[in-house]
Design a protein around this ligand. Sequence first.
Ligand SMILES: Cc1cc2nc3c(=O)[nH]c(=O)nc-3n(C[C@H](O)[C@H](O)[C@H](O)COP(=O)(O)O)c2cc1C
Length: 299
Amino acid sequence: MEPCNKCEVCDKLCEIVPEIAGTFKSLGDLTRLQIIYHLATDTSGTLGVSDLAERLGVSQPAVSQHLKVLRAEGLVDSRREGFYIYYTINRERMVQFREHFDLMYTSVMEKCNRELVRKSTRDRGIKACVIFYSFSGTTRTIAEGIRNAGGCDLIEVKTKTPYSSFTAYTTGVLRSRKKACDAIEPEEIDVSGYDLLIIGTPVWAWRPAPAINAAVKAMRGCEGKTAVIFVTCCNQPGEALPVLSKALSDRGVSVAAAISLCAEDTKKSDAGGELLRRIIAADPLKGTGEGTTTQGVKV
Ligand SMILES: Cc1cc2nc3c(=O)[nH]c(=O)nc-3n(C[C@H](O)[C@H](O)[C@H](O)COP(=O)(O)O)c2cc1C
């Protein structure tokens, strides 16, 4: 669905919402819903007014009136055969209604995620940051989604010498296999002011990308902090999470949750917000009074 360009992040919701309001209105009646049910479940998929009246135990004029409303909304189609008119469900219209509803629901859930974070952090005054590296943009999108949903700071780590698609799969994977560190910007990452560190990296050859290894080394003031780590990958995270977890634990950071996102997860429209919801559900700072947890929770 193309954005309407009328408002900033609307994604056509401004047009869709009045449209679904009309559809909800015509479906918001028991008899009309029962008509949809009978049309959907009858093996022929086609019923006349008298069939429907008999099945529903209501008069034929009443059924005609309800069918008129459903037709006006485009939810049912009619076909005349001699004296008789037969009705069927307009499946394309139903599918469109479902898609529109899903879009509205997703947008509502994004807002709910935001409110959930506000509620869970309001009283505790938790300060969190997302430290991430991204080669082709997926991990960045997730990190930005977390920031948008939770209002935390973003710290993007970049390699001083950028990889090309060729060097990523040659030099890059060799370096990730060796758990090597790339030269990165920023050279130092001061995390002393944060209660929770969220650290994300793409998986390279079943291990964390070398830039994030460098980021872990570059952290200052990290001893005693709590982290949640996440990796993005196609579908083979390999040992990326344990390797990153060990590197953090060597720096005195306790990893409270380790989350792997495969391509199917990262494709979702609110993947960052959804990840944040999972992080909150894991309650990484539980019982710490913003200190540390010692249990590793695999989400
Ligand atoms: C050099 C390289 C190595 C990769 N190795 C793996 C791997 O071992 N397992 C996997 O599931 N995906 C692998 N991928 C896919 C990425 O992990 C995945 O597409 C990730 O979401 C990309 O994140 P980014 O866009 O933030 O860089 C690799 C990608 C690259 C470029």
